[in-house]
Ligand binder design. Structure first.
Ligand SMILES: [Zn+2]
Length: 309
């Protein structure tokens, strides 16, 4: 049920070092299984003598889990184990808080400004459309917005709700100006392969947005790992959760992966990130004002990767 990743899934380099290794049957991993799943004993039974191992690439510094579930069991993880247990928040957005609508609107308006064309002449794709909120905002703002997802039930359900959605297999014959990957590449077995496929679906000068959990500084937290700690605590390795966040990126590893796929990091003018400010409260306003500055100053894992002419 596991595949072993023998080279870096971000840059294909063969040399890496082991940062952490423990069997799922070990006490420390039991903490995670009990925390994350409603039926940890049954899941441990299925995992058998499998091992959680974090490796770090010798070239791009991507941290990745060496053993990952194969396609069949990935589907079991996302369609059954997580849905019946403590699902990752990004997987179950039945409704969206107003603050997230503000974020999506601001992001999409900055995409429009980046291309400097009327929205109806910009074709955008949400790769991993989930319940389709980003797509709907794109449509509302006048873009030609489509969504797709590896899970065909999500594509079908989007269509039922009137959201234009295509199957991933159709990507080869489609071209987009902007492809959104929001909290996607940390979950997939071969992120570079996915990026290359998406690169093939870009128009000249098209952009792929990569947004993933920020793994900066995680190495120093591995020795104090405690899966019972609160989600925001440094001892809870949210960026490297077993079986789920199988790739832990930094901006550097995204940049190297992008270059392997023929893409370059693009910078967005700061003013374009201030199309919409959330002034509904002091805290919301402060966040709205600081987020674009923080992303630039801290070199976070929110990156626009652009194709050439
Ligand atoms: Zn690498």
């Amino acid at each position: 049920m596991f595949n072993e990743r023998t080279s870096c899934p971000g840059c294909e380099f063969g040399e890496s070092i082991s940062l952490f290794r423990a069997a799922y049957a070990d006490a420390v991993m039991g903490q995670f299984l009990r925390r994350k799943f409603k039926n940890p004993a049954a899941i441990l039974d299925t995992l058998g003598d499998a091992v959680y191992e974090l490796r770090k690439c010798g070239r791009c510094s991507l941290i990745y889990q060496r053993y990952v579930l194969n396609d069949e069991y990935s589907a079991v993880l996302y369609d059954k184990w997580l849905l019946e247990g403590d699902a990752e928040p990004e997987l179950s957005k039945e409704w969206l808080p107003p603050s997230d609508h503000v974020l999506y609107a601001n992001e999409l308006l900055s995409v429009g400004r980046f291309f400097g064309r009327p929205h109806h002449r910009i074709r955008i794709l949400d790769y991993g459309l989930g319940t389709g909120w980003w797509c709907r905002m794109g449509t509302a703002l006048g873009f030609e917005a489509l969504g797709t997802d590896l899970a065909s039930n999500l594509v079908a359900s989007a269509r039922e709700r009137g959201i234009p959605a295509i199957e991933v297999a159709q990507l080869a014959s489609e071209r987009f100006d902007f492809i959104n990957t929001e909290q996607v590449l940390e979950h997939v077995t071969q992120p570079l392969d996915v990026l290359r496929r998406l690169r093939g679906a870009l128009k000249p000068n098209g952009v792929i947005k990569v947004s993933v959990p920020d793994g900066r500084g995680i190495e120093s937290r591995i020795p104090v790992v405690d899966w019972t700690a609160p989600r925001a605590d440094k001892r809870y390795l949210m960026e490297a959760t077993p079986l789920i966040h199988i790739n832990t990126f930094t901006q550097d590893s995204i940049r190297v992966m992008g270059s392997r796929a023929g893409l370059k990091v693009a910078s967005v003018p700061l003013r374009d990130d201030y199309s919409v400010l959330d002034a509904t409260g002091a805290k919301a306003l402060l966040k709205s004002l600081l987020r674009p500055l923080y992303r630039r100053a801290k070199r976070t894992t929110y990156v626009f990767l652009q194709a050439g002419e």
